[in-house]
Design a protein around this ligand. Structure first.
Ligand SMILES: *[C@@H]1O[C@H](CO)[C@@H](O)[C@H](O)[C@H]1NC(C)=O
Ligand SMILES: *[C@@H]1O[C@H](CO)[C@@H](O)[C@H](O)[C@H]1NC(C)=O
Ligand SMILES: *[C@@H]1O[C@H](CO)[C@@H](O)[C@H](O)[C@H]1NC(C)=O
Ligand SMILES: *[C@@H]1O[C@H](CO)[C@@H](O)[C@H](O)[C@H]1NC(C)=O
Ligand SMILES: *[C@@H]1O[C@H](CO)[C@@H](O)[C@H](O)[C@H]1NC(C)=O
Length: 480
């Protein structure tokens, strides 16, 4: 008997041009469905990526720098160290700010729920309580007439992905070229230009499933030939990522003092102690969308071929292949979701949408639940009659950061973060079997430059602190 799940499994089609001799993908020809999926990788927050890397797909699990240990330490963190219960969920399944653009993806590998909104069903339509014609993100609140926001809604979205549906695109194996396949630049002329029409050049059609998209994300983060790896079944040629220092601007918006414990003989940082603002800073990495990170760090500082994907989108002059200028900006300058306002000193934040519109066909929609009625956050010219609404009690779930203070937290070189205690530090030193006279303490103040440097090191190495703060250790090394 045929398996039900494979029968109904969704896929998008992709045409590959391969070289049979070398068993390599030369390039792929794809339509909007596939290119939108590829683009959506840049909108994903690191926490989502960490979660997907742990998923079993054909490729198996993959680790990237310190990302997995950082993610796991939030999984393991006792809820009593967090300000509110919802914070853990907001870190482990982070919100992305391009939910509207991603809602039509043919295959969405991020299984987190779209944002839920609520209206106050009892009073929404009553004329006495006009202030009830608002929406809320939580059932916790009551409107001014005393009823709860209890009826759940998802916003109706009108964005249709990122790129135009009429274009087809040519994508090279290293994702460095994503070019519209226009009449002036046909596949054939590309082939000719590249000098690759040989007897071993073959065309191959593939059906890309969700599982393959997870593979593709994994390979795009570690390999320079993700299409070959995923579709010709090669093991990803994981390149040892070189650690590159980044030249971030120094701005004084962040000033955090931390205490480093250094192993003198090796010149590495074993761990760092800091207040809650230090723990919050490291944990906030999980909320950063990939594209925003690449924008800050420079496209070559990042892993695999994802920086090239970014570059090819950023440098594409054919703006008309994106559905709008904004669609392109969502990819090359994605913002933090508004929930993460307190993390916005490093990346810019998308301001909360303030106006919502409830569209209805006739007044009777109030009484008959099957009347068409929808809520959206964009004014929609042809929608018919509508009611303008505001977000009720728009409190930020993350007011004071993620972890509670005043308290000291400890972060290891590979970014395992937890509450600090004399025991946690001495256990760590014992476990590493380091003689006490080989240890040195040093207090340093870190700013924006160091934060970005730690982030960069966390994505490319398993020594985020040593590589990220190496420039602060010089005199320790001279002393030994
Ligand atoms: C963006 O976030 C929403 C919910 O927050 C989720 O439903 C959607 O799958 C996400 N999209 C991507 C591409 O991560
Ligand atoms: C909606 O909420 C806002 C802000 O909480 C409030 O001022 C207003 O009276 C409410 N009602 C309407 C109909 O806007
Ligand atoms: C893709 O799926 C379609 C429909 O299920 C099928 O006809 C086609 O043979 C598949 N193509 C490949 C390359 O598997
Ligand atoms: C960064 O700038 C601030 C103020 O402009 C200054 O106090 C600080 O020493 C600088 N930090 C570094 C590492 O250059
Ligand atoms: C670093 O700061 C801590 C707490 O502020 C202090 O107890 C410690 O003595 C300082 N260490 C050094 C080496 O200055």
């Amino acid at each position: 008997m045929a398996d039900n799940t494979t029968q109904t499994e969704e896929y998008v089609q992709l045409k590959l041009v391969i070289n049979e001799e070398s068993n390599k993908v030369l390039f792929a020809e794809a339509g909007k469905d596939f290119v939108d999926i590829l683009c959506s990788f840049l909108t994903m927050p690191l926490g989502t990526i960490a979660r997907l890397l742990q998923k079993d797909s054909n490729m198996g699990q993959i680790t990237i720098g310190c990302l997995n240990s950082l993610y796991q330490s939030v999984v393991d963190l006792d809820k009593r160290y967090l300000w509110t219960d919802s914070i853990k969920e907001l870190l482990l399944k982070p919100k992305n700010s391009s939910e509207d653009y991603c809602s039509t993806l043919k295959l969405n590998i991020d299984d987190s729920q779209p944002t839920e909104y609520f209206i106050c069903a009892r009073n929404y339509f009553s004329s006495e309580c006009r202030s009830c014609r608002n929406i809320s993100k939580s059932t916790y609140y009551k409107c001014s007439c005393g009823s709860r926001f209890d009826r759940s809604f998802f916003l109706k979205r009108f964005c249709k992905g990122f790129v135009n549906s009429v274009a087809t695109f040519v994508i090279t194996d290293d994702l460095i070229n994503i070019i519209p396949n226009s009449a002036a630049y046909t596949t054939f002329s590309l082939l000719k230009n590249l000098g690759i029409i040989t007897s071993s050049t073959k065309e191959m059609a593939v059906n890309v499933t969700k599982e393959k998209v997870v593979d593709l994300l994994k390979c795009a983060l570690v390999s320079k030939s993700p299409l070959t790896d995923v579709f010709l079944g090669k093991k990803p040629s994981i390149e040892r990522s070189r650690f590159l220092t980044c030249n971030a601007e120094n701005s004084s918006t962040i000033q955090i003092t931390i205490q480093l414990v250094i192993r003198k003989s090796e010149g590495n940082i074993l761990f760092a102690h800091g207040d809650q603002d230090f723990a919050d800073l490291l944990i906030s990495f999980l909320t950063f969308p990939l594209g925003g990170i690449i924008r800050k760090l420079g496209e070559y500082s990042s892993m695999g071929s994802i920086g090239r994907l970014y570059k090819s989108i950023a440098e594409s002059v054919e703006n008309q292949y994106f559905i709008s200028e904004e669609a392109k900006n969502r990819l090359i300058d994605p913002l933090l979701a508004s929930e993460y306002k307190s993390c916005s000193s490093i990346l810019p934040i998308k301001e909360q949408c303030l106006n919502y519109y409830g569209y209805y066909q006739s007044e009777s929609y109030r009484y008959r639940s099957n009347d068409p009625f929808f809520i959206t956050d964009k004014h929609y010219k042809d929608g018919g009659r509508y009611e303008e609404m505001r977000l009720h009690n728009n409190k930020n779930p993350i007011k004071e950061g993620f972890v509670k203070g005043p308290r000291t937290y400890l972060a290891t070189d590979d970014l395992v973060i937890g509450p600090a205690s004399p025991i946690s530090a001495s256990l760590l030193i014992n476990r590493l079997q380091i003689p006490v006279d080989d240890l040195k303490e040093k207090n340093v103040t870190i700013g924006m430059k160091e934060c970005l440097s730690i982030l960069n090191a966390a994505l490319t190495s398993t020594s985020a602190l040593t590589n990220g703060l190496g420039h602060l250790l010089s005199e320790v090394m001279e002393e030994k």
